[in-house]
Design a binder for this molecule. Structure first.
Ligand code: GLN
Length: 485
């Protein structure tokens, strides 16, 4: 195996800047690996399915100069980010063949910083799922064990980074879709504060929750990628950027840092947590203390209701967002009779079963007569959860939880049981509802598979979060090389 694959993105950039490594050489290495991969991680690859940067004759926004701080590094992009002229489907058959006329702001920023799009990664259709089995274009396999799922919905991005098919990737997280696949694949995943990154050009799932973020081999790479994604955008009125620049994380100790553990978001609060996952969390708490951090109990009394609130709110927003796929404006069109038949056939054929389930749930929750009982009530629960965190952060600097209650589960194991699937997000959904940043860090192994722990902080505390994760990462020394073997 090429020793270049062992480099983190930041290390590769250093080598390129020192002229010890060619940006094109690295890009070609990854392009060949991505084009030949057998995990199902990529839906399209540069050079095979769309031109690589530099091959566009018009020199338009699609071609990135391999200059700037990201030095021409290849970037895997979840398929729900629009990239001009490149098929962008959010892994839905209803968008098959759709080539957007513009590029998502987050991707433009990364290209302006010198990143080059390596390929579009597979995902759960419209980001709805926790296993990547809801993709309209087939599942993704976990590189640690190909009989298991990589998590979802950013499963392609996570598997690509873990397997060394891309140095790093971007994904999106609505209720856990960056953090949970990062945990199941043994990499770092960060969901920033809501609003840190523009949603312009991201194919919408649930707009009040959707947020882009990095999936990387280590914490330093997550900071680097985040730095070049954030910023307010006039095209997204909910975007704010971050109040201070994203720093390179350097901390090696946690002296004085107060880390809260909430019984409601640990083994006491949830029945389905695997003993192996709990054991990794406990040993991580010991490491926190060895590094000088203080572990203390906090209470997040309403967080146990997060999942119920999320599965009203996210489908409600999705049902509204997905109304635009009518066979007229985007992608697929079926039916040649009446307008009604056009809508019905296009949507019946184009959407997969999970997407239909969410549209029905969401439409019902928003219907006259039920709106107050479901949507209104879930909104109130959301506020209570946000207040829980606000109060907890008066006593502690960060909160720690497992990222996922289980390690990667078998392909097909939960597809017939949506409720079991939804439980994968038990620990990640509360932070999404509160809009606060949270990071999943690989912290150990159970049953031969990676286990992630989640750190969450107050809104805009990304630098603190990254620093703490960096210190823990150094002490935990998680070895991810087996996934690239
Ligand atoms: N698994 C959750 C869902 O299916 C979260 C998905 C996401 O974060 N995009 O809704």
């Amino acid at each position: 195996m090429s020793e270049l694959l062992e480099l983190t993105a930041a290390q590769a950039i250093e080598r390129i800047e020192a002229r010890e490594l060619g940006a094109d050489e690295l890009f070609d290495l990854y392009r060949e690996r991505a084009a030949a991969e057998e995990l199902g991680a990529f839906l399209s690859v540069a050079g095979r399915d769309f031109p690589t940067a530099g091959e566009f004759e018009d020199g338009s926004a699609r071609s990135a100069a391999p200059e700037g701080p990201l030095a021409g590094l290849p970037l895997a992009v979840k398929d729900l980010f629009c990239v001009e002229g490149v098929e962008s489907t959010a892994a839905s058959r209803i968008l098959a063949g759709y080539r957007p006329p513009y590029t998502a702001t987050a991707v433009i920023r990364l290209k302006d910083a010198g990143a080059r799009v390596l390929g579009k990664t597979n995902m759960d259709e419209f980001a709805m799922g926790s296993s990547n089995e809801n993709s309209g274009f087939g599942p993704v396999l976990n590189p640690w064990d190909r009989s298991r799922v990589p998590g979802g919905s950013s499963g392609g991005s996570a598997a690509a980074v873990a397997a060394g098919l891309a140095p790093w990737a971007i994904g999106t997280d609505t209720g856990g879709s960056i953090r949970q696949p990062a945990a199941l694949c043994g990499i770092v995943g960060l969901k920033p504060t809501y609003g840190a990154i523009s949603r312009q050009g991201m194919i919408a799932f649930a707009s009040s929750l959707d947020q882009a973020g990095p999936l990387t081999r280590d914490v330093a790479d997550a900071a680097l990628l985040l730095r070049h994604m954030v910023g307010a955008d006039p095209c997204d009125s909910t975007s704010l950027g971050l109040p201070e620049p994203v720093r390179d994380p350097t901390a090696e100790r946690l002296d004085g840092l107060r880390i809260g553990i909430a019984p409601e978001l640990a083994s006491g609060g949830m029945e389905g947590i695997e003993p192996g996952v709990d054991a990794v969390l406990r040993s991580t708490l010991e490491t926190v203390e060895e590094l000088g951090g203080r572990v203390q109990e906090v209470s997040l009394p309403h967080s146990g209701h997060g999942l119920s609130a999320y599965y009203v709110l996210a489908p409600a927003e999705a049902s509204a967002n997905l109304a635009r796929y009518d066979g007229v404006r985007y992608g697929r069109r079926a039916g040649d009779g009446t307008l009604q038949a056009l809508y019905e056939r296009t949507r019946s054929e184009g959407f997969g079963p999970e997407v239909k389930r969410r549209i029905m749930l969401g439409t019902y929750a928003l219907s006259a007569g039920y709106y107050d009982a479901y949507y209104g009530r879930a909104q109130r629960v959301r506020t209570l959860i946000a207040e829980d965190f606000r109060r907890a952060f008066e006593d502690v600097d960060l909160v720690i939880t497992p990222t996922s209650p289980t390690v990667a589960f078998g392909l097909g194991e939960r597809t017939q049981d949506p409720l079991a699937m939804y439980l994968s997000d038990f620990f990640t959904v509360p932070m999404s509802l509160a809009g606060i940043p949270a990071l999943s860090l690989p912290a150990g192994m159970s049953e031969g598979l990676p286990v992630g722990v989640q750190l969450a902080g107050p809104a805009f505390s990304e630098n603190r979060l990254l620093d703490a994760a960096h210190a823990l990462e150094g002490a935990l020394a998680f070895d991810s090389s087996a996934a690239r073997g």
